[in-house]
Design a protein around this ligand. Structure first.
Ligand SMILES: Nc1ncnc2c1ncn2[C@@H]1O[C@H](COP(=O)(O)OP(=O)(O)OP(=O)(O)O)[C@@H](O)[C@H]1O
Length: 682
């Protein structure tokens, strides 16, 4: 019997503590009490009380995360106040707290958040216990009638809390407000959000030119509407993963969406907010434990790496004997205050290559990766270089709409677009593999996924923020973005079909990738610690002939094509196309990296051919419409009508046949991969 069990007595397993002041930890709405240095968090002991609802809940969750990183002892009782308080909104608890839910003590809903502190800590520090009847703040007696060991055995150890509290893949959608341009053009807001679901109201035309609205409903882990602030975005996305990177967990968070949808607006503040929290943890929770924070920032352009904090020095990526990826020569800065981090981020952003698209003047055209690495000295006296404990990288990958425009005459722009599309395809494969705990991760599909290699192995987390524009003019892109997000979400185990409530599309299972740009925040590797020396090797110089310093030529010559034109050309594929015939690509389909590359290329070709076919179909439909109008006119020429209709139908049939042939070929390739992958055990 351990110390804790020894403290229990009676048939109900009730605790009897009489020295309360240092035995309770209260997590209330008042973050000043929780986090201020003048009022440090008391050591967590037997009882922990969490408030629920709105800000109080989030603070509770944050503190819970912190606590679970390094609990002195497993907690005994968690009290959760829910469905009440200031915002009075019922809330679901996150998986981590859900575990606690069945063991909680519910506080009376009428106790407001601001009163919880008074109603709890002040009571208990005055000598009352949760064991004592205290109707003032205890609603139900759950905690006092449940055996404490149930709580201990229900995943409240640090490790379990770590893995259960933050979902492996989280998909969040953020809708931005209509901008001035859209308002001037009288574009409508077609996105309706309710809780974690959203509906796209797509206006469509029938053949007789009458309008109708098609609704597309989606459900995600969270849907953030136009009123949600960047602070709230942070709390919903990155904040929960900050504490776990102290425990060797890798996290990937990326924003995805068409140009101008708000990716940069959404992602830009996140690294700084994360740094602030990391430093706070280092200075308080992990004070004197030897943790250090390092910042690095680089970009991938045209498959090459450039250091954004070192005069755009060209970098090289190498793999060590353990297949750890490292970026040779990447400059890392040790930081201990938020101001310095801010300056570094600004410096990197200013160095980053951006270009102007028709839709967004500040459009980014490369993938930028900002890393926050947490390291720790193992020997305590600083004689050995610190080793990486965890890293959180913030990646901004953008500009792929230009790749979508197949009519783009600018070769450079087309190459950029193709590279980004390739990244998206490869990323999807990696996330698939990640969520299926596959041994083989197809990270070689693109430079981006190669760099992110370590994000896809071991205990890692992925957060994807899908940014969407609310305007009717962006409907096609918005649907593409949401389908991609939905596809990523459906990769989560047990999530497969139920996520789309009533989608009219069969595209969900298709092999298409929406053509949109991506911004990512991602975790990067521990590789710098293991290459070229297996044990430490934090600092190393690149081989001279390996990394020559040079400025990219596109810096002077690059130009960005107008994006707006592409908008009209992209249309949802005709529903009659038998997308449902396309087999679902299971993760096992990947055999080797070369195979994957070839497959990715074919997928891209198929998508391009499909797009072209849709464009042609649009033209044909226009022709058909005018033919119908003519046919309705008095005195029309029947022979002429029949001949033209014949020609149109033949043209349509030929286009469909062509695409079907290509599709059948691709299906065959997918099957081959599947067989190969199965036979080789991948
Ligand atoms: N949630 C929001 N609230 C207010 N303004 C927003 C929001 N999201 C985006 N904006 C504004 O919309 C414009 C475009 O946003 P942003 O530059 O973030 O787009 P992007 O998706 O990063 O585009 P690109 O892919 O071209 O880089 C900016 O002026 C930004 O300030």
């Amino acid at each position: 019997m351990n110390h804790r069990q020894g403290q229990r007595s009676g048939a109900t397993g009730v605790h009897h503590h009489r020295q309360y002041s240092d035995q309770y930890h209260f997590l209330d709405a008042s973050s000043k009490w929780l986090h201020s240095s003048s009022n440090p968090v008391p050591p967590l002991q037997d009882y922990n009380l969490y408030g629920g609802g709105g800000r109080m809940y989030r603070n509770a969750q944050r503190s819970f995360n912190e606590y679970c990183m390094d609990p002195p002892t497993p907690p005994r009782i968690f009290a959760v106040k829910k469905n009440g308080g200031e915002d009075d909104s019922p809330r679901d608890f996150s998986p981590g707290l859900l575990d606690l839910h069945s063991f909680d003590t519910e506080l009376l809903p009428q106790i407001s958040s601001s009163n919880v502190y008074d109603a709890t800590l002040s009571q208990l520090t005055r000598g009352r216990s949760l064991d004592d009847p205290e109707p003032y703040f205890l609603g139900k007696q759950n905690a006092r009638t449940r055996a404490p060991e149930n709580i201990v055995s229900n995943n409240l150890s640090a490790d379990n809390a770590k893995s259960s509290n933050v979902a492996k893949i989280k998909v969040v959608v953020r809708k931005r407000p209509l901008n001035k341009k859209e308002i001037t053009k009288h574009e409508e807001d077609i996105i309706e959000t309710v809780s974690n679901s959203l509906t796209v109201h797509e206006t469509k035309l029938k053949v007789d030119l009458t309008q109708y609205v098609e609704k597309h409903e989606f459900v995600f882990d969270a849907v953030l509407n136009e009123e949600v602030t960047n602070d709230e975005v942070y709390r919903e996305t990155v904040e929960p993963i900050v504490p776990i990177i102290f425990q060797r967990t890798k996290a990937t968070c990326f924003a995805y969406g068409q140009t101008g949808s708000g990716k940069t607006y959404t992602m830009k503040p996140l690294p700084l907010k994360a740094s602030r929290d990391i430093l706070r943890l280092m200075h308080h929770t992990y004070r004197n434990q030897g943790f250090q924070l390092f910042v690095s920032f680089f970009e991938i352009y045209g498959g090459k790496l450039f250091d954004l904090l070192n005069d755009r020095k060209k970098l090289c990526m190498r793999e060590d004997g353990k297949q750890q990826v490292c970026i040779v020569g990447l400059q890392e800065y040790q930081v201990s205050d938020v101001e310095t981090i801010k300056e570094l981020i600004e410096q990197g952003n200013a160095t980053r290559s951006t270009g102007t698209t028709g839709a967004n003047e500040e459009s980014s055209r490369s993938h930028a990766i900002l890393q926050l690495a947490i390291k720790r000295s193992v020997d305590g006296n600083g004689s050995k270089p610190p080793r990486v404990v965890g890293k959180l990288s913030f990646i901004d990958l953008a500009g792929s709409e230009r790749g979508a425009d197949t009519t783009d005459n600018d070769k450079q722009t087309r190459i950029e677009g193709a590279e980004i599309n390739k990244s998206l395809l490869a990323l999807k494969e990696c996330i698939r593999a990640l969520d299926n705990d596959q041994g083989h991760i197809p990270f070689r599909g693109s430079k981006l996924t190669e760099v992110l290699r370590d994000s896809f192995v071991g205990d890692s987390r992925t957060v994807m923020i899908s940014c969407i524009s609310p305007s009717s003019g962006s409907c096609e892109h918005t649907l593409n973005t949401l389908r991609y997000a939905d596809r990523v979400k459906s990769l989560s185990k047990g999530n497969s079909k139920k996520d789309v409530l009533s989608s009219n599309f069969n595209l969900k299972e298709s092999t298409t990738i929406p053509i949109s740009s991506v911004n990512m925040y991602a975790y990067e590797d521990h590789a710098a610690d293991t290459w070229p020396d297996e044990n430490d090797g934090d600092e190393f110089s690149p081989p001279e002939d390996y990394c020559e310093q040079m400025k990219p030529s596109w810096k002077k010559n690059g130009r960005i094509e107008s994006y707006g034109a592409a908008d009209d050309k992209l249309r949802k594929p005709n529903d009659q196309i038998k997308w449902k015939d396309i087999p679902k690509v299971e993760p096992k389909t990947v055999h080797s990296d070369d195979d994957l590359n070839a497959l990715l290329q074919e997928e891209e070709d198929l998508v391009n051919a499909h797009r072209k076919q849709v464009e042609e179909t649009m033209n044909i439909v226009k022709e058909e419409m005018s033919l119908l109008v003519e046919a309705d006119q008095p005195g029309n020429q029947l022979d002429d009508y029949v001949a033209r209709l014949n020609a149109i139908l033949s043209q349509k049939a030929a286009g469909i046949m062509q695409l079907q042939t290509r599709l059948a070929h691709f299906q065959k390739r997918l099957k081959e991969h599947n067989v190969l992958a199965s036979s080789t055990g991948h």
